[in-house]
Design a protein around this ligand. Structure first.
Ligand code: PNS
Length: 194
């Protein structure tokens, strides 16, 4: 057997052990499972929506948590961002919108969450996300970070690019929920964001 194949087998064995551990812990924990989906959401995109919907099938409650104290100048206020999230998910009682400041893990523990959900669009996202997940695990070992992939059609969509396109008068139709498209038009005073 080649070195590559035996390394693969070793990795597979490790994954099996890990999966076994996770299913064991699932059986012994309480049935009410809440996940935090944190981020800037400035603004919410259809990539975020896709992750929230996927996360809803894994967790009983997903709290979409807007970080309040970011240094960069946001386009939308925290309240505006929360309104857009709430409007988008008004028909899904398992999705809650909230804001937080300070340490994410402290906030997650205060909400009784067992997991933090993060979306990974491409390998370029991975390094930062991996660092954050390990730091969060060090701070709060009981909280697991769960990475999820959005649908391929959203793999290039980010709040930053959507905002830039909208600011420069391009269409963001099909990249953000209807309410966000409308709010972008309103905020930027342009007629051609959709
Ligand atoms: O959507 P973003 O901007 O990539 O989200 C980043 C976010 C909000 C998840 C991250 O900045 C965060 O968790 N901030 C809270 C402060 C904190 O806990 N920092 C230590 C994380 S290792």
């Amino acid at each position: 057997m080649s070195n590559d194949s035996s390394a693969c087998l070793r990795a597979l064995r490790h994954v099996k052990l890990r999966v076994g551990f996770l299913s064991m812990s699932t059986e012994t924990t309480s049935s009410s499972r809440t996940a935090i989906y944190p981020g800037s959401f400035d603004p919410l995109t259809l990539g975020h929506v896709d992750i929230i919907v996927r996360g809803s099938s894994l967790f009983e409650k997903i709290v979409v948590s807007v970080l309040g104290n970011i240094e960069k100048q946001p386009l939308f206020s925290v309240d505006e961002r929360l309104e857009m999230i709430r409007e988008t998910f008004s028909d899904r009682s398992s999705v809650e919108a909230d804001s937080f400041s300070g340490l994410l893990v402290e906030y997650a523990l205060s909400k009784g969450a067992t997991a933090i959900v993060r979306g990974i669009r491409a390998i370029s996202d991975f390094e930062y996300e991996f660092q954050m997940a390990l730091m969060n695990r060090r701070l709060a070992p009981s909280i697991e970070t769960v990475f999820m992939m959005p649908a391929e059609e959203y793999s290039y969509v980010s709040s930053r690019l959507v905002t830039e396109v909208a600011m420069l008068g391009g269409s963001v139709h099909g990249l953000v929920p209807g309410v966000v498209e409308w709010r972008l038009k309103e905020k930027l005073g342009r007629s051609n964001t959709g």
